[in-house]
Design a protein around this ligand. Sequence first.
Ligand SMILES: [Ca+2]
Length: 204
Amino acid sequence: MKKSQFIYIFLLLLVYSFELNAYAYPEFYEYSRKVSGRNTNCALCHTHGDGPEGFEEGQIKSLNKAEMERLMRARSAFQPGIKVKSPILNAFGNHIIYKIGKKKFLELKSHPENLPKELGFKSDLDRDGIPDAQEYLDGTLAISKEDGDPKKLFIANIRINIKHIILAILSVSLMFFGFVALLKGIHLKTKLNNSNGGDKNEKI
Ligand SMILES: [Ca+2]
């Protein structure tokens, strides 16, 4: 057996042993589901909506050697500040590991309500105006700008486009006042013409 094959099999066994003890951490999406009332699932943080266990794309048994190594690097990132790119996690899942580290993340399993506070409300991965931590509480995807609380998306869109909205209102207002001024001008000219016509008739 080649050395690379041996390493690959070793990594597989290591990952599977981890999986037996830690399957997708449902505590987090269950908490999100409870507080939001939305039907959230593993897709909150994982590449695959059914979680990491399985043979499909984004699931552990489909990973090649390079992906397996990335997975192991992510799983050993116990301290915060380590950039990871786990193939079974989406950008939000990877951001959680980067922001708080795997150690803190595991501690939060018994207190998933504290995850937003630990993450903070600055990061907005999909740039839809709703912070990642808030999307966790809302049960929406932090990696999809189409997925968000409608009212919050509406307000966020107004904030993002406020300059364009003000410019549009100003343009419409100017057009309106310009049109009114034009009508007044036409009216005055017509009145003046009628008045001049009347004077001429009187002279004749
Ligand atoms: Ca967002």
